[in-house]
Design a protein around this ligand. Structure first.
Ligand code: AP5
Length: 209
């Protein structure tokens, strides 16, 4: 299974990717997580990425394509993968299309902007292992502490109302056109992602059968 999760910021890509990764036994490649790890480690890529992420803009295509070329060539991707956050522009999608990697399915989670704003305003992320929680919809067992590694839960730097607005606008102008690109290739499946986490997972698994 080589799957692309294509949806707006905060639609639930990371949350569903975690479930699918467990179900299919394949890794999730999250470009956002790769970039945030680089920011934390202070690498050159991290320094460059921070400028774009803080404003809700996309990292330049040539940089992202190079990062993903290297990541997808790693051993753990041999039996399949879930792409969370890539491709995000037509250029990225065309480059992936030109490569030897054949995608089986592109899954679009359909979620309204108002729901997304509500979800992102309550998101919490583990500062150690990057697991995602929500103040209402996915509460950790102990407030402020990650269920998996005991790390401290924090609000992501790009979840401020201003940046969320900018990320949504970037999505509509630069990433949404990919829906047409993949529909025309016969790869696109759309699932309603408005409902709760578990019922969305059920719908996603049904769509992937
Ligand atoms: P990235 O980390 O990919 O962020 P994003 O696309 O904005 O997506 P998010 O991680 O914010 O949301 P999600 O859809 O995974 O939702 P989640 O499951 O957490 O990218 C960050 C930045 O990096 C970009 O802005 C860009 O600058 C850069 N970048 C990344 N890739 C790039 C690329 N290819 N090219 C250029 N630049 C790139 O869910 C959100 C919250 O809602 C959580 O709290 C969760 O618990 C809750 N929730 C989830 N599902 C449900 C549900 N069904 N019901 C109730 N609550 C739910």
């Amino acid at each position: 299974m080589r799957l692309i999760l294509l949806a707006a910021p905060g639609a639930g890509k990371g949350t569903q990717a975690e479930k699918l990764s467990e179900h299919f036994g394949i890794p999730t490649i999250s470009t956002g997580a790769i970039l945030r790890k680089n920011i934390q480690e202070g690498t050159e890529l991290g320094k460059l990425a921070k400028k774009y992420i803080d404003d809700g803009n996309l990292i330049p295509d040539d940089v992202m394509i190079k990062v993903m070329d290297a990541r997808l060539a790693e051993d753990d991707c041999k039996n399949g993968f879930i792409l969370d956050g890539f491709p995000r522009t037509l250029t990225q999608a065309q480059e992936l299309d030109k490569s030897h990697i054949k995608i089986d399915c592109v899954l679009n989670l359909n979620v309204a902007d108002e729901t997304i704003i509500n979800r992102l305003s309550g998101r919490l992320e583990c500062s150690k292992c990057a697991a995602t929680f929500h103040k209402i919809y996915r509460k950790p067992k102990v407030e402020g502490i990650c269920d998996f590694c005991g790390g401290k839960l924090v609000t992501r730097a790009d979840d401020t109302p201003e940046t969320v607005k900018s990320r949504l606008s970037t999505y509509h102008s630069q990433t949404e056109p990919l829906l047409k690109f993949y529909r025309e290739k016969g790869l696109l499946k759309t699932v309603d992602g408005q409902d709760g986490i578990e019922s969305t997972t059920k719908e996603v698994l049904k769509a992937l059968k």
